[in-house]
Design a protein around this ligand. Sequence first.
Ligand SMILES: Nc1ncnc2c1ncn2[C@@H]1O[C@H](COP(=O)(O)OP(=O)(O)OP(=O)(O)O)[C@@H](O)[C@H]1O
Ligand SMILES: [Mg+2]
Length: 306
Amino acid sequence: MKIEFNNVGYSYQSGHQALHDINLCFEGDQSVAIIGQNGAGKTTLAKQLNGILRPTQGSLTIDGTEISERTTAQWSKRVGYVFQNPDDQLFLETVREEFAFGPRNLGVDEATIDSRIDKVAALTGLQGKLDVHPADLSPTEKKFCGIGAVIMMDPDAVVFDEPTCGQDYVGDVRLHDLIAELKREGKLCIAISHDMKFVAANFDRVVVMCQGEVLLDGTPQEVFSQVDVLRKSYVTPPPITRVAQGVGLGKTVLTVPQFVETLEETRAGLVPLLKTSAINNNHYEIVGHGGQSSMTQRKNKGNECQ
Ligand SMILES: Nc1ncnc2c1ncn2[C@@H]1O[C@H](COP(=O)(O)OP(=O)(O)OP(=O)(O)O)[C@@H](O)[C@H]1O
Ligand SMILES: [Mg+2]
């Protein structure tokens, strides 16, 4: 699957332009996090991915077909969209009915639906809740019910709007495993998130939005090393990354094990130490060889498809 944005702009009926000249390409089994401050345009961008919203400027293609050539219901078979608020999505009497609804509409046979329900119930932790009314689920369970209902349609891409919102630790672990499973199955996973720890732990690529534009696009290491640029979009890197930046480690780390490893490399003289001229402001000066990522601010460049 390949989704391409070519100079996409989007204006709401109120006249507010929420997206400006977006050039992006998502393809294959990538896992992509979209981050940025409130109102940056993340949801507006994500809703273009299966035609819930359509570009008002430029063009968007899915595997080469213009989005305008099919209905959102038709695209939803290929690109599943999990809403931020499950109440916007769930409307049936039981979790089982929610799970069966999408594939049944697509004409999938009942035996396949039953076997998918078993698999998706295990992935979402809802095995014991299949006959429960969604309104009686906990907030975390409801969120997983919405995710399960989308995965049941076996789309090539899954878009999550704030999947971690209101989730507990068990929910976080389950979501991590679920995304890993989708990646194993070769699906494109795109998630909007404000949770930088979740982003660093689960995604290969991070797109930073600011005022309706793409500000940065790169690996988590590349993006989270751009402290000054990130500040413009009010994004702060994950806590362990900031600690490493604060003490002046010469590599961008995303996890505690990476922090420990880099600290040991620094002690052995393999990684340079950065002189922090103003820790609170995160301004760095490199002492010795090596240094930070070469990625620079990405603005209105051509899209990244190969
Ligand atoms: N239905 C709408 N009509 C008019 N303007 C809207 C509408 N929905 C969103 N906007 C505006 O478009 C801009 C982008 O909104 P969007 O919801 O895409 O941001 P976001 O990055 O998802 O924010 P958040 O992190 O708060 O969810 C904001 O200025 C918002 O106020
Ligand atoms: Mg949003």
